[in-house]
Design a protein around this ligand. Structure first.
Ligand SMILES: *Cc1c(COP(=O)(O)O)cnc(C)c1O
Length: 393
């Protein structure tokens, strides 16, 4: 029987060589490799500033902090996301206002946002999530998109791009479209450093604040302390910062991954295209809605939704696939259903019809660069059989 895990880490490039060089250098924490990773990543997404950190969660926290989010404020965030997107709002004593998403893409839309702005005119910050690797309809520099709405109503925009590298949007890379963008290099993301994240921005003041706050609020980083003519022991503390810096060991892995980011993206795109063809017109199964050219999509996830009339439930389908050696996952049980948020903000499922419809039937299929054609054919075959035979299978 096939054994196809939901996710496989692909480290078949220069990872080991670059990590060995770091170990040989004797300097393991944040220094020249991290700086180089920042420079290369900034060039890859086309922004002047990139700040490497130890997680996307840290990047999101720093982004909101740099924008001045604080107690008593509210921040818009979609409900169809990982808890990190919303917990960082609570770190700063502010409160999330959860938004529904469009069925099919799981993305926030201009229409949903426009309605939310009407109901909550005091909100000044929006977090968008490029779910699965497809960019939201930000439409920079054009009327009618999310950024235009935000400009007109005085909202700052933080992009949770944990799924969205490399993702294109109208000829530009995700990374410099909103005010701040946050990427994840967690082990199962599109590129990895083991654990890690990156904050990117076009705004020099945001970048400067994030750099200071990522390392204890010290006015100069460790590398600068050992390379500048100012004495190494001399530094000032200008704020109660955090400990969010990325070590050089992790940056070394990131540099090797970055070299193959587009190759791996293309391999995932081929997986997605094979699924889209193989699973087209399977009764009871809704495929992800593509609103962009396939080349613009990072293809981090391949989520499908089981229709209510399908012959077996989502939970049963996940079990049956697992018995056949196929690993799957669920993205996501929406945040309005999580105890902490549900109870604190008395949230009702009826207020999130798009997300609810996804949640009732969603599961994510394996998608990664080393997933083979014959493995995809096997997954497609098993899904077709199970959906034909239903609970009897
Ligand atoms: C993975 C993920 C995060 C958190 O990333 P870390 O690097 O693990 O902190 C945040 N948001 C979304 C949507 C994610 O999928």
């Amino acid at each position: 029987m096939n054994q196809i895990p939901f996710s496989r880490v692909v480290c078949d490039g220069h990872e080991l060589d670059y990590v060995r060089a770091v170990l040989d250098s004797g300097w393991l924490t944040t220094a020249s490799r991290t700086r180089e990773f920042e420079e290369r990543f900034a060039a890859a997404v086309g922004v002047p500033h990139a700040c490497a950190v130890n997680s996307c969660t840290a990047a999101l926290h720093l982004a909101l902090e740099a924008l001045g989010v604080g107690p008593g404020q509210k921040v818009f965030v979609p409900t169809m996301t990982f808890t990190a997107s919303a917990e960082v709002i609570r770190y700063l004593g502010a409160d999330p206002v959860f938004l529904d998403v469009e069925y099919g893409t799981c993305l926030l839309t201009p229409a949903i946002l426009a309605d939310a702005i009407q109901r909550h005119p005091s909100v000044r910050t929006l977090i968008v999530v490029h779910y699965g690797g497809q960019a939201c309809d930000l439409r920079p520099g054009e009327p009618g998109g999310i950024l235009d709405l935000c400009t007109r109503h005085g909202l700052r925009v933080v992009e949770d791009a944990a799924h969205a590298f490399p993702t294109r949007h109208r000829g530009r890379m995700v990374g410099g479209l909103g005010d701040v963008t946050c990427f994840s290099f967690y082990a199962n993301k599109t590129i990895t450093t083991g654990e890690g994240g990156m904050l990117t921005t076009n705004d020099a003041a945001i970048a400067q604040r994030a750099r200071i706050m990522r390392l204890h609020g010290i006015d100069r980083d460790i590398w600068n302390r050992y390379t500048s003519p100012r004495p190494a022991w001399e530094y000032d503390v200008v704020a109660p910062g955090f400990k969010y810096n990325m070590p050089d060991i992790n940056a070394a892995i990131g540099l090797a991954q970055l070299e193959r980011a587009e190759t791996m993206r293309l391999a995932r795109q081929r997986c997605a295209q094979a699924y889209l063809e193989g699973l087209a017109r399977v009764p009871g199964l809704d495929l992800p809605l593509l609103r962009v050219p396939p080349t613009d999509h990072a293809w981090h996830l391949f989520p499908v939704v089981l229709a209510p009339e399908a012959p077996l439930t989502r939970d049963r389908l996940i079990e049956r696939l697992a018995e056949r050696g196929i690993g799957t996952s669920v993205h996501y049980k929406p945040l309005h259903r999580m105890t902490y948020y549900r109870e604190r903000y008395t949230l009702q499922p009826d207020d999130f019809p798009g997300a609810e419809r996804v949640w009732q039937g969603c599961l994510s299929l394996p998608i990664y660069a080393t997933l083979r054609e014959d493995e995809i054919a096997y997954i497609v075959d098993q899904l077709r059989t199970l959906l034909r035979e239903g609970a009897a299978a």
